[in-house]
Design a binder for this molecule. Structure first.
Ligand code: PLP
Length: 294
């Protein structure tokens, strides 16, 4: 069931605060906490972050909080009071106790329609075992996302690049991958450029360089990706951004889908074709991601 705190002051907007309420309170995750009228439930209208916790440390917390605020701004939500959210996340991490790996999910919805006050909560729980994906790798299919690579600029109302609660499409893409005998997905833009996974960023290795698609492609600014680039610096590898086509993926030395909970999952099969990956580099990358303390 994990640990839950409900946030009483999700936004920095003083007028929206319930007078006298503490900033957040622990609540029972096994009991109902959310109104059926909450826009999180009725419209998927809100934003979230999933933060990995390794040996009691929330990883890349500053980056997650920055992205949380940026997603809220893209949805015209009130700006979250990040000091309150940080304390709530640390409280949940503390209450989870000494687990080797956990994840903490911070959610802010638009609240109850017409109420004008966001709803917020933070829930933490033990992570599933990702050893197999991290060590043996995953099978991935490429799927058309149906949006052009420049959608963030041309159609900002589509919220490409925001981490919104509306993940039904992302889940449907993973079910499609499973129907095709694979584990995960790399989305391709409708004009042919490689983007990201439904819950992960793409990293490719070409020689002594790690590359990723740029964030101006309507994709998330991945926190794990940021850490992978720190790892590259430690390894003496170069890093950069590249507009890659699906065909070019086949020419890369290694591919990974990287994300907060699963860390780095190397791709052993792409669209049904087996492919190699640098297993030594993969092990070092995952070890780096597991021991991050900031
Ligand atoms: N892209 C999408 C669409 C995601 O949902 C996620 C994480 O859930 C990522 C990328 C990777 O982000 P992070 O490394 O911060 O977990």
């Amino acid at each position: 069931m994990g640990v839950l705190v409900m946030i009483n002051r999700p936004s920095a907007d003083a007028a929206a605060h319930r007078p006298g309420a503490p900033d957040f309170e622990e609540a029972d995750p096994a009991s109902p906490q959310l109104s059926v009228l909450d826009l999180a439930a009725t419209r998927g209208d809100g934003v979230f972050e999933t933060i990995a916790v390794g040996d009691g440390y929330p990883q890349a917390l500053d980056h997650h909080l920055r992205r949380f605020a940026s997603s809220a701004s893209m949805l015209d939500l009130p700006s979250p009071d990040l000091a309150v959210w940080r304390r709530a996340i640390l409280e949940v991490v503390d209450k989870l106790g000494p687990l080797p790996e956990a994840t903490v999910k911070a959610v802010m919805s638009r609240g109850i329609e017409g109420d004008g006050r966001p709803t917020g909560w933070v829930h933490g729980q033990q992570s599933p075992d990702h050893t197999r994906a991290r060590t043996e790798g995953i099978a991935v299919v490429t799927l058309d996302r149906g949006l052009r690579h420049d959608v963030e600029r041309t159609s900002p109302w589509l919220l490409a690049g925001a981490k919104t609660l509306s993940y039904a499409v992302n889940r449907a893409a993973i079910r499609e991958a499973v129907r095709r005998g694979a584990d995960d997905v790399i989305f391709i833009s409708s004009d042919g450029f490689v983007l990201e996974g439904p819950t992960s960023s793409l990293v490719v290795q070409r020689g002594d360089t790690l590359l990723t698609p740029g964030i101006e492609l309507g994709i998330l600014d991945g926190t794990t990706l940021g850490s992978v680039f720190d790892f590259a610096a430690e390894e003496g590898l170069r890093t950069g951004y590249a507009m890659l086509t699906a065909e070019q993926l086949g020419e890369m030395d290694s591919l990974w889908l990287v994300s907060s909970g699963r860390h780095a999952a190397p791709v052993h099969t792409l669209d049904g074709v087996p492919r190699p990956f640098d297993s030594e580099l993969n092990l070092r990358m995952n070890a780096f991601l597991s021991r991050r303390q900031e």
